[in-house]
Design a protein. Structure first.
Length: 751
């Protein structure tokens, strides 16, 4: 063994993860950066140790190593049958069974020549294994350009383990520059099961998995409305906190559609800002032009959101949505939610906050997309909301002042506009004062509030302009008790609570039949609403009330305080007829409301459920009910069952699951069935196969787009771990969104 002085560093560039660019998630700038190995640091003053069975040469010039030669310098180790180390040039030549270990990476080859100072050299017939992502490959030659850059000639790459990987890519030249975190390739073919499935004349990628400009994987698909589709996205990495993705799409039945999505996130002296804009444009839709010859065939859609902290107290935001025509959601939507979104909001908003107050100003307009079937069925007509041009809101509150009082003040000034209904301006002011009395096991909160409003109504349908005003006082008293006891449940020590609550409201009657309805509707009857003073949402109606809400809640808490089970009961009792209504003077004379029942919890590590029932005791019938249950007995095993019912409206059953079928195969599915309509509203069926280094997904999704029409999307996806996704762009999202509790098969490769 000989220790050589004045060592220098051996370096090569096959060190980073080799991945094709993939579009990152929306929260890209907030998420953790791609996983990278710790920086490689060598001790330049480390000794060079040479070993062999036979050592000869010239002192301080050249060392010849024969039979089991070994050269070690810091974290670099070279083994070969024979080697020659030239000390002056700081260069090593090795031949026959050459092996290199470098920071966990492993290389083998027939011949090696490497300058340890400059990192320049080559290796013949190499194979390699990279520690960072367990990638491997082989080539005719690796040229080490410098300590950061290497060129793989006629080489392969794969994250699969074993001698015969399931997938690999092969390229004429792979230029790997770890210093710039850039990999470029010439003519490249991707093989799956030794069959070429994708080719490209050139490609670039990030070695660490970081974002980089370049073409993303083409995404073919098929839909029942549009036929075959092919998307070829191009990703532009503008900056670490900004990017742009271009989506040229060929749609067989319609033409070429162009899409673009820009995203940004950053920080100024005032605070954070973020936003996203998505645009679709089809210059000529052949199918739409044929069906609607009297309308323009250029079709488009825009969605844009932005929020920004101008200062620590001042915020600004917008939300803009628009589409070219009523049929756009039906023809191009990929999900149920987007196909049914027909009130497109356009809003500018700014908020300014003080120590205990907030001032908000906003402008809101809507574009309404009518259901095409509304021409023959008026019940499907989508009403247009009032525009707010503008709305100014002021709210302030302070707690525990002047000996324990809480006070709050809310005010709103809004100009309402509608093209076919009465227009006007509304000013609302609501001061309120309460005095909470809180003890260890009880609370009592009396509160007094006054709802004042004035309207300036424009002339409408021959009637002259008019001014209206009202002032409605309200008194409420909220009270409750909390009892606790220790119990044993399922062999576990738990705490059970018993929480009775009484909530009394008294609001005198004021005739409000002359007041228009700008933004008000009846509140949904549920556990949140029965503890509110007003039975309406909005400021155009203040419900008269002399009523008492009685509720009882029992919770079961484990040793950590987590809620395992909650049972609740509630009902409202009326001591006076409810005379104020939305559009009718007929009062409601019920002596009590429907009964609300609820039970929710996670009763074991595998079972969870949620249920709610609204029962009418006067008519002895259920008004609404919903039940959901979830069973997760193990990893990648979930079963969801749900039932929802609203009298005279809908009765739906929902079932969804992800479940292993056999060996590496998993089944996924979801169905939403309308019992009243006797039709399937939404369905999803698919299969997944999880190999060690790739995942395959296939399936179909069908959902309703109008009252009489549905859309079917067929998808597939081949996901090569550590490289790319090949196939339709949204199958994974469809499964995640449709199946609560769904688990990705290859969690470590999420994007």
């Amino acid at each position: 063994m000989i220790r050589m002085p004045k060592p220098k560093r051996l370096a090569y560039a096959l060190s980073a993860i080799f991945t094709v660019s993939v579009l990152p998630s929306y929260a890209y700038a907030q998420s953790a950066p791609p996983k990278q190995r710790p920086p490689r640091v060598e001790d330049k003053n480390a000794e060079t140790i040479v070993k062999a069975e036979d050592i000869s040469g010239r002192p301080e010039r050249e060392v010849v190593l024969e039979r089991d030669a070994e050269v070690i310098k810091d974290k670099t180790k070279v083994n070969a049958d024979s080697a020659c180390y030239r000390q002056v040039e700081d260069e090593i030549e090795a031949s026959s069974n050459v092996k290199i270990w470098r920071f966990g990476d492993y290389f083998t080859g027939d011949e090696l020549k490497l300058n340890m100072d400059t990192g320049k050299g080559y290796m013949l017939n190499p194979t390699y294994k990279l520690e960072a992502n367990h990638a491997q490959g082989k080539a005719e030659r690796i040229n080490f350009v410098n300590e950061d850059e290497a060129v793989v000639v006629n080489g392969t790459y794969s994250t699969c383990q074993g001698f015969d990987p399931d997938w690999y890519l092969r390229s004429d030249t792979l230029n790997l520059d770890s210093g710039r975190d850039v990999g470029t390739a010439g003519k490249t073919l991707i093989y799956f099961k030794d069959v070429p499935i994708l080719g490209t004349p050139a490609m670039s990628f990030s070695l660490s998995g970081a974002r980089r400009s370049g073409w993303l994987s083409p995404t073919p698909g098929f839909g029942s409305k549009n036929g075959a589709e092919l998307v070829v996205p191009y990703y532009v990495n503008i900056a670490p906190n900004r990017d742009l993705t271009l989506y040229p799409k060929i749609i067989a039945n319609r033409g070429i559609q162009f899409g673009a999505q820009g995203r940004y996130l950053g920080e100024t002296d005032g605070g954070l800002y973020k936003g996203e804009t998505y645009v679709e444009f089809m210059p000529h839709d052949r199918e739409y032009a044929q069906a609607n010859p009297d309308q323009k065939s250029d079709r488009w859609m825009v969605r844009s959101t932005h929020s920004q902290d101008i200062t620590k107290q001042w915020e600004f935001s917008w939300n803009f949505n628009a589409a070219s025509d009523d049929n756009y959601p039906n023809d191009f939507s990929k999900t149920v939610s987007s196909s049914t979104d027909r009130q497109l909001l356009r809003e500018l908003r700014t908020d300014y906050r003080g120590d205990f107050w907030t001032l908000t100003a906003r402008v809101q307009k809507y574009q309404v997309l009518q259901d095409p079937e509304s021409v023959v069925d008026s019940s499907l007509f989508v009403s247009r909301p009032y525009d707010r041009l503008p709305a100014i809101n002021f709210s302030a509150a302070q707690y525990d002042v002047a000996g324990g009082f809480d006070w709050a003040f809310n005010a709103e000034l809004t100009r309402f506009y509608h093209p076919t209904l009465i227009n006007g301006t509304r000013l609302v002011a609501i001061p309120q004062v309460s005095y909470p009395i809180i003890g260890p096991s009880y609370f009592i909160t009396p509160k007094v509030m006054l709802n004042m409003a004035t309207y300036q109504l424009d002339a409408y349908q021959g009637a002259s302009s008019e001014n209206l005003s009202r002032a409605v006082p309200t008194f409420s008293l909220d009270s409750g008790l909390v009892f606790e006891r220790d119990i044993k449940w399922g062999g576990k020590s738990m705490t059970q609570t018993l929480e009775p609550r009484l909530f009394y409201v008294n609001t005198p009657y004021r005739d409000q039949s002359k007041f228009p309805i700008f933004d008000t509707d009846a509140a949904t009857f549920n556990f949140s609403q029965i503890f509110s003073e007003n039975r309406f949402v909005g400021s155009d109606r203040i419900g008269d009330a002399n009523q008492l809400t009685a509720a009882l809640t029992s919770r079961f808490l484990d040793a950590n305080g987590a809620e395992a089970l909650r049972l609740a009961f509630g009902q409202r009792f009326y001591f006076r007829d409810q005379r104020v209504q939305l559009d009718s003077s007929t009062p409601v004379v019920d002596a009590h409301s429907d009964i609300l029942l609820a039970a929710t919890g996670r009763i074991s590590d595998t079972w969870a459920f949620d249920s709610a029932v609204q029962y009418n005791p006067s008519q002895s019938r259920i008004v609404s009910e919903s039940y959901t249950a979830q069973w997760i007995p193990g990893s990648k095993k979930v079963l969801n069952l749900g039932y929802r019912y609203l009298r005279d409206s809908f009765k739906n059953i929902e079932l969804s699951s992800q479940w292993p079928i056999f060996q590496r195969w998993y089944g996924v599915g979801r169905i939403s069935y309308s019992v009243q309509g006797k039709k399937i509203l939404e369905s999803l069926v698919g299969l997944e196969y999880n190999a060690d280094c790739w995942v395959f997904r296939t399936g179909a999704q069908r959902f309703v787009t109008t009252s009489t029409k549905a859309s079917t999307q067929i998808f597939f996806q081949l996901e090569l771990n550590g490289l790319s996704h090949l196939g339709v762009g949204s199958p994974l999202e469809a499964m995640k969104n449709s199946i609560p509790g769904y688990q990705r098969l290859n969690e470590g490769y999420g994007r």
